[in-house]
Write a protein that binds this ligand. Structure first.
Ligand code: ADP
Ligand code: MG
Length: 618
């Protein structure tokens, strides 16, 4: 069957997304490929469709058991025979799966990398035709990446031992130049067809807030978004425990995940989340890789992550189904200090030699600085992220808290003069906090100890709120009027550009949020309507349609319970939304709905048709 037909019949989609067709065609021509596409772009289809067309078996290498399970369930639901081989199977189950595989039952088999070079698996692979080895999350081969997995190095060893070299296809969402080169070298890709699609995730809304009461802000958010599934990321385990407990006390269906929990509990909590029994997950960054839950409608950060790579990866777990999702970072000044502490005490770096360790720490401090600027910039947040990853954004996206806020341009020359003057007068010996406290006139032991109360700028900006001074200080750094030393002390230093400001030859203005409309409080109307996953840009939904959506969701949950699969595996939020728009009355109409393939229609189509007709008659 040709690829277009497979796309429709099994997956229920009408057209390919950017990059998919090129990668599929290249694989079918027998070429190696490397696809670098953001989360949710649809990398899986790029190997799943050719797997159905190639003669022989496709092995998919994937780092996590949960990820394999999810993908295999999804394929089985779509009517494609697939299996996984990993340590979650008992010996008996493993042997059985392997014997089915030998009989050629599965066109697609997911394998854990450490299984590949075991005797039993090799024996199977030697006498079976392996058409393709697809390496998912391929950045795991690289020590430069964030998720290096030594077992990934076994992949090439395995391929080398096969009687005939299969096509090798690699996929990842995050690849810097080094990681990309590592993937090509280490996996020994042969002149791979390469594609990098943009990093932009248009369906994600980005927001930054600095609420005084962070817990209150989270609680309020959850209250405004009932029934929605989302993740709340915290910086520490302790914070996870606290936030989760309070939310439970306040009556929310939440669960938690961090590396300090026992395996059984982690697994149970993760399942509760995936199956929507507890739609909100409170977690550290240990949670997420391999979570393909497509209906995550919000990702809140209770605290600033250590760098934008982590932030974008975590935030990117929202809206994988292409429906709108919100990513909101709740920031406090303390987060910088917490992260600095992580950097100075990073256990992972203990094995490095002192020079390398120093380099790594400097790199981490620089990344943290760029993350901090993200919290403070008044420019388009999406643009900031894209530029960080080396892409050009437009400086207005219309879907982030800055683009939706009202700003005014404020002349801050006087404040800048005082801040820079203060740095100069104390002979550039102190960090940002001391400078701010000085001009703000803080009467603390520290300030007196440094004799900063004798500085001529002491108290000169008493009437300017401290948060504003911090904003100005950050602006001066971003614009290069001030630099911080890149070590753990982060001492404020003047730059070549400082003198003109201090001398009064240069004025400085910056964008500041209008008083009453601090970005923290701005919530566009558009966002409120986006609730519950029923939304489509440029389309308003009637009350009946909203009701219909709720009924479809309930039916989906019922089926998910019967089949013991996560609800989003039955149909995505996007498919349900599409049903509300199309309101199909028969089979043919139902098959036009995005994500409804023939196999799924046979299984569930009638029930959904009945639900729709009943809801519309009511
Ligand atoms: P990735 O691995 O790149 O993060 P996935 O392969 O998990 O992304 O796909 C994300 C979602 O996009 C899935 O729900 C998938 O079914 C959907 N999808 C993939 N390709 C298409 C397409 N051509 N049209 C519509 N939806 C698609
Ligand atoms: Mg994937």
């Amino acid at each position: 069957m040709e690829k277009q037909k497979l796309l429709k019949q099994y997956f229920g989609y009408d057209s390919f997304r950017e990059g998919q067709e090129y990668l599929i065609d290249s694989i079918l021509e027998g070429k190696d490929v490397l696809g670098i596409m953001p989360t949710g772009a649809g990398k899986s289809l790029c190997y799943q469709i050719p797997a159905l067309m190639l003669e022989g078996i496709t092995l998919v290498i994937s780092p996590l058991i949960s990820l394999m399970k999810d993908q295999v369930e999804g394929l089985n639901q779509a009517g494609i025979h697939a299996a996984y081989l990993n340590s979650s199977l008992t010996m008996g189950q493993y042997r059985k799966a392997l014997s089915y595989a030998k009989e050629g039952r599965y066109p697609i088999i997911y394998v854990a990398p450490e299984r590949l070079v075991t005797e039993e698996f090799l024996e199977f692979a030697m006498y079976t035709r392996i058409a393709m080895v697809a390496v998912d999350e391929a950045h795991c081969v690289s020590q430069w990446g964030q998720d290096f997995r030594p077992s990934y190095l076994k992949i090439t060893e395995f391929i080398d031992r096969l009687p005939a070299r299969p096509v090798v296809a690699a996929f990842t969402a995050t690849a810097t130049k080094e990681v990309k080169e590592d993937i090509i070298d280490i996996l020994m890709l042969r002149e791979p067809a390469l594609i990098t699609t943009g990093f932009d995730r248009k369906n994600l809304y980005f927001g930054v807030m600095a609420p005084k009461d962070r817990y209150g802000a989270i609680k309020n958010y959850l209250e405004c978004h009932p029934h929605e599934s989302g993740i709340v990321y915290c910086l520490t385990r302790k914070m996870v425990e606290e936030v989760c407990e309070k939310l439970m006390e306040d009556g929310f269906a939440v669960t938690k995940y961090h590396a300090g929990l026992a395996d059984v509990e982690r697994k149970r909590n993760q399942e509760d989340f995936i199956y929507d029994k507890k739609p909100v997950m409170v977690a550290t960054n240990a949670f997420g890789m391999g979570i393909d839950k497509s209906n995550v409608r919000f990702v809140l950060h209770y605290g600033m992550p250590k760098n934008l790579e982590s932030y974008y990866q975590e935030a990117g777990r929202g809206g994988r189904d292409g429906q709108p999702a919100e990513c909101i970072l709740m920031y406090s000044g303390q987060d910088v200090i917490t992260n600095q502490f992580f950097i100075e005490n990073n256990q992972d770096n203990q094995e490095l030699d002192p020079v390398t360790r120093q380099i790594v720490m400097e790199r981490d401090r620089e990344r943290l600085r760029m993350m901090t600027f993200y919290c403070f910039t008044n420019d388009c947040l999406r643009d900031y992220i894209l530029r960080y990853f080396g892409e050009y954004g437009s400086n207005y996206c219309g879907n982030c808290s800055n683009c939706l806020s009202q700003f005014e341009t404020v002349d801050v020359t006087e404040a800048a003069k005082a801040l820079l003057g203060c740095v100069e007068e104390c002979r550039q010996r102190y960090g940002v906090n001391v400078i701010i406290d000085t001009v703000h006139g803080a009467n603390t032991a520290k300030i007196r100890g440094y004799r900063m109360n004798n500085n001529s700028f002491y108290g000169s900006l008493k009437e300017v709120p401290a948060y504003k001074l911090r904003q100005i200080m950050n602006f001066l750094q971003m614009e290069g009027y001030l630099a911080l030393t890149n070590d753990e002390y982060a001492i404020a230093k003047l730059t070549q550009k400082s003198a003109a400001v201090i001398g009064g030859q240069e004025t400085i203005s910056m964008k500041m949020a209008k008083e009453q409309e601090h970005p923290a409080k701005v919530r566009s109307d558009k966002r409120k309507k986006n609730g519950k996953g029923l939304s489509m840009p440029g389309r308003e939904f009637s009350q009946e349609e909203e009701l219909l959506f709720e009924k479809l969701r309930a039916l989906r949950m019922e089926i998910a319970r019967e089949e013991k699969v996560p609800p989003y595996i039955v149909f995505s939020d996007k498919s349900l939304t599409h049903m509300c728009m199309v309101k199909p009355t028969d089979r043919a109409e139902m098959l036009t709905v995005s994500g409804v393939g023939e196999y799924k229609y046979e299984k569930y189509g009638e029930r959904f048709l009945a639900c729709i007709s009943e809801a519309l008659r009511a």
